[in-house]
Design a protein around this ligand. Sequence first.
Ligand SMILES: Cc1cc2nc3c(=O)[nH]c(=O)nc-3n(C[C@H](O)[C@H](O)[C@H](O)COP(=O)(O)OP(=O)(O)OC[C@H]3O[C@@H](n4cnc5c(N)ncnc54)[C@H](O)[C@@H]3O)c2cc1C
Length: 279
Amino acid sequence: MPEIIVKPSNLKELWKMLPGLPARRRYLAGGTDLVTAGVAGVEHSECWIDIGDLPELGSIKEAAGSLFIGSGVKISEIESSKAAARWCPALVAAIPHFASPSLRNMATLGGNAANASPCADGACSLVAEGASVLLALKGKKRRLPLVDFFLGPKLTALKKDELILGFEIRKRRHAGAYLKLGPRAYFGISKAAVAVTAELSGGAVKRVRVALGSVAPVPLYAARTSAFLADKKLSAETIAEASALVRTEASPITDTRSEAAYRLDMCGVLLERALKSLA
Ligand SMILES: Cc1cc2nc3c(=O)[nH]c(=O)nc-3n(C[C@H](O)[C@H](O)[C@H](O)COP(=O)(O)OP(=O)(O)OC[C@H]3O[C@@H](n4cnc5c(N)ncnc54)[C@H](O)[C@@H]3O)c2cc1C
């Protein structure tokens, strides 16, 4: 566990205090990943910077063409947001699958992305939502498509001290689904997960985004399957073809939670179910 924990009260104060802090430092948001790692003895920072109360990170804001979800927004706050329900249906569909109600009251969306686990439910559903991530470092801001943010397991495009400000989702009318296969119906890390968003028009889908969790080194955008589904009627044949295609995009591993072949198969099954629920 770290020697010191500091708590800036706003972003300006954060950038000012950084040069005086020990070199091995990390941001602390809800702590559900970081404190767990500290207790397990696999997190060796000298200093944690508690960003839990930074006002700039804590809200969901609607603009004319987009929705902004601050990185410090708790998973349970998204669950009760009308704006999120309207503009991010796949993200909201993922929330009941996310740990337990008490954990959802602590865990943040920013921590979920920064932790960069291939099985992160929030990250996977945000990839299906086509989200961008907004980053800041000492006043300098940049924006990345979320798919470009994940570089590998626990590996992101974040530079030292760079902070996730939040996520931007373009407003568009669409439906969304999130299906997760875990060790039990709820509360468990997934063996495989599928997030889908679809713009529907007269029984056909215009644009579709399919994302996969736990079956690749990163929360994966299934580009070929998404392209295949565009401008198609969701017939039994189309769904069967998409379900076969998505299996070719995943690259799961065998680990303590599941076997690679089973995970691959389940990607197809979950996608089939998700598309049927949208049709
Ligand atoms: C029992 C248990 C069950 C869980 N179940 C699930 C589950 O079902 N689904 C799921 O997806 N996850 C699950 N998790 C993982 C965890 O709860 C999530 O990843 C959570 O969203 C992390 O958010 P946090 O605010 O707690 O992050 P923290 O633990 O505070 O931080 C995690 C990492 O992100 C960095 N970080 C945090 N915020 C920022 C920021 N704004 N900018 C830059 N870096 C930042 C930290 O430095 C740290 O490296 C579970 C964890 C536990 C302990």
